[in-house]
Each structure stands twice: as C-alpha cells, then as structure tokens.
Design a protein around this ligand. Structure first.
Ligand code: S3P
Length: 425
C-alpha cells in the first residue's frame, strides 16, 4: 500500500472499541449467568478470535449490527472443545483464556499464528502451575501450542516479575476457581480492566497499591457493557494531530482510564496541544480529545509510566522522530515480545526514513527533528507498526510503500479510511 504526505487534518473521528475491554466483556459474559449485551465491541480480528474460542467452549454468542450478545452459562458452564482453540494473533486471548481453562474439568489445546507461537508463555505457565494446573508447551519452547488440563486449584499470592495485565488477569481468572484467595502483586501497575469489570459482574476483587486480590467462586451475573473507544487506536490520531501542520481534530469517546493514559501525559510533556472535553464515566472514564498541531520536543520516558503506554510506544517513537532534541525510551524491554520485536522493527523502519535512532536493551534513543523521507516499510505483520508508519508517512517527503499494511485488521479494520477522511491532500 502507498502513502503520501498531507497538508492538513480536519474533522472528527470515532475510534473503534477498546480491544482489552472487548476481550474481557466476552470472556466474563461467558462465565456469568444470563445475558451480557456488549455495545461498542471491537470487531477486529483479535476480539473475533476470542468470540470463536468461546463458541468452541459451548457458549452461544450472537452478533447484531451494533451489539454482541453472550449467553453466559456460569463459572462451571464451559464444555470441552472438539478441536484446538485458535487464538489467532491475540496474546490477550491466549493468556487470559489459559487462566480460565486452568480451572476447568477438561483438557484443551490452544494455538495461534506464527507470531503467537513465538510469544513467551512461561510467564503464565509458572503461576498457573503453582496453582495446581497442568499446562505444557507442546513444542517444549514455552510458547504455544499449549495443552492445559484443569484441576482443583489453590489460591496463591503471586509476585509477578513483569508488569503485565495479561499475566495478572490469567492468575485472577484462575483464582475464580481456587480453594481460597488469590492475589497478584506487580512491579508497576498495569491496565486494570479485569479488576474493574470482574467487580461489576459481581466478583469480590480488591486492589491495594500494586496488589489485586480475588475471592473464589463468585456468582457472576450477566450485564450490559458499553465499550469506550480504544486510546491505543486514538494514539495514531493524537500523533497525527500533533505532527501534521494545519491540524485540528476531535477524537470522540476515548477511554482515558489512568492505567492507560500515559500517551496523553507523555504527549503533553513533549508540548502537545490536547484538550479533554465531555469527560464522563460509563464504567470506565471517557472523554473527547481535541488535538491541534504543535511543535514537540524530546523527553525521557521510563519507569512506572511504561505499562500505561506500552502499546503506544511505536507511535511515540514516530512523534520523537519529529520532535526537536533527544527522546530516550527506557524500561521498555517488553517491546521485544509484542506482536513483533518492536524495538528492532521501529529502529529498522525509522532508520529507513532517515531518522537518527539507536536501539538499546530496553528501549530506543531518538535524535529527532530531521525531516523524514518516504521509504519502503515492512510492517512485520504487526498492526501497531503499520499504523505508526501510516502516520510517519503523512509528514515524510516523498512516497512510502508499506508491506502487509492490511494487518491493521487486528485492532482497527477501518483505520486507513478513517485517516483518509480527515486528511487534506
Ligand atoms: C493487554 C495487555 C498488554 C498489552 C496488550 C493488551 C491486555 O500486554 O500490550 O496489547 O488486554 O491485557 P501485557 O500484559 O503483555 O503487557
């Protein structure tokens, strides 16, 4: 796919539903008794993988034009799948469902695409085994395919070595099936959608500092869920609004949960002009974001803010390439184990566009301010890389050609159309 620079951006966009929240709504709806109606569900490939896995586990899920309807069967209502559960490209599906399967009375096998088969699963295998589940990597490399045989689980207090909402959620979900309380303590707070949503479904979940605790065997009841727009998808428009000259765009209905809003804090620190309008709470805090062109400067990004913007770091690197001065990103080694090695892939592609960028062990150093030029970009089939370079191409001199640009279907199927509608050519 070819991309060109633009001379301005004007108008409004409503980004699709939050990916993390959409996955959880289907999963928890399946474990609850009765109907769960989900409005604003993200129909991206990742969340569709979650739907198809739960259908294989015996849950009836209907799709209408604007809703997903889940007929929950309660905590013990799942049935053994007839075939391998295909989690596609989705780390969230793979890791969260593992926690649920650990508590079932049957054996299941999980597998996904080539990227999923390279992503680390030891991080969930360790705590789930400690709880008493039998979980094994069939190729012996701590990656999928995984075979999980559920059993009577024990509650544990798990000290997680990584700040990962997927690890935390897998353990808390297994904790619903344990014989006592289960808690997870993280090195820094990761997204808390599991804690918030499980609680509204009726679970006894408490958080204190870096520790989340769940009590077993709650009576979960079906409910209506309104999924806010995904701040991780809004991030591309935030970056475009800052970087493209003559830009003024309104991004409607964006989730601004404080465990996800690092992009706003970092962009403002770099000099971005972002105004929050119409703030409200619909189970999760949401707002409209008004973004205008601004001149950015480099900053250092590291420490506890990293989990709150981990998925936005590729597009933050693009912002840093355009910003005056040096941006240092550190404490972000997790980038290496995402859908692609995002440190290597950002360095390769931004270098190809003429940016002065150096990969480090846990991040990147970017000396920004040089005009980028069009180049051939390899998305490495990573949706967040593709969207980040669609933004870089808007401010580059000359044309950009992207390989496998359609991988955006993972989290934002209409991304290019939405971006085009705002663009002044
Ligand atoms: C997610 C957690 C994060 C994030 C991913 C979605 C979730 O992963 O990168 O895109 O929905 O829990 P980690 O838990 O691996 O940090």
């Amino acid at each position: 796919m070819k991309f060109h620079s633009v001379s301005g951006l004007r108008g409004e966009v409503t980004v699709p539903g939050d990916k993390s929240i959409s996955h959880r709504a289907v999963m928890f709806g399946a474990l609850a008794k009765g109907k769960t109606e989900i409005t604003g569900f993200l129909r991206g490939a990742d969340c569709l993988s979650t739907i198809s896995c739960f259908r294989q586990l015996g849950i009836s899920i209907d799709e209408t034009a604007d809703k997903i309807l889940v007929e929950g069967k309660g905590l013990h209502g799942l049935s053994a799948p007839a075939d391998v559960l295909d989690t596609g490209n989705s780390g969230t599906t793979t890791r969260l469902i593992s926690g649920i399967l650990a508590g079932q009375k049957f054996t299941s096998v999980l597998n996904g695409d080539a990227s999923i088969q390279k992503r680390p699963m030891r991080r969930i295998m360790t705590p789930l085994s400690q709880m008493g589940a039998s979980i094994c990597s069939l190729n012996g490399n701590d990656c999928a395919p995984l075979e999980i045989t559920g059993s009577a689980l024990h509650g544990i207090s798990y000290l997680s070595p990584v700040a990962s909402a997927q690890v935390k959620s897998a353990v808390l979900l297994a904790g619903l099936y344990a014989d006592g309380e289960t808690s997870v303590t993280e090195p820094a707070i990761s997204r808390n959608h599991t804690e918030l949503m499980l609680k509204s479904f009726g679970a006894d979940v408490k958080t204190e500092g870096l520790t989340a605790t769940v009590q077993p065997e709650p009576a979960l009841h079906g409910m209506d869920i309104l999924v806010p727009g995904d701040i991780s998808s809004a991030a591309y428009f935030i970056a475009a609004g800052c970087l493209v000259p003559n830009a003024e765009i309104l991004i409607r209905n964006v989730g601004i949960n404080p465990t996800r809003d690092g992009i706003l804090r970092v962009a403002r620190k770099m000099g971005a002009d972002i105004t929050l309008l119409n703030e409200k709470n619909t189970g999760e805090p949401v707002a409209d974001l008004l973004v205008k062109s601004s001149s950015l400067h480099g900053i250092t990004i590291g420490g506890d803010i990293i989990p709150t913007l981990i998925d936005e770091l590729p597009v933050i690197a693009v912002m840093a390439a355009a910003a005056e001065g040096t941006t240092v990103i550190r404490d972000a080694a997790e980038l290496k184990v995402k859908e692609s090695d995002r440190i290597a892939v950002m360095t390769e592609n931004l270098s190809a566009m003429g940016c002065d960028i150096t990969a480090t062990e846990d991040g990147m150093i970017i000396n920004g301010g040089k005009t980028l030029h069009g180049a051939v970009i390899d998305s490495h089939l990573d949706h967040r890389i593709a969207m980040s370079f669609a933004i870089a191409a808007m401010i580059a001199e000359g044309d950009t050609e992207m390989k496998d640009a359609d991988c955006v279907k993972i989290s934002y199927p209409d991304f290019y159309d939405d971006l085009n509608k705002l663009s002044i050519k």
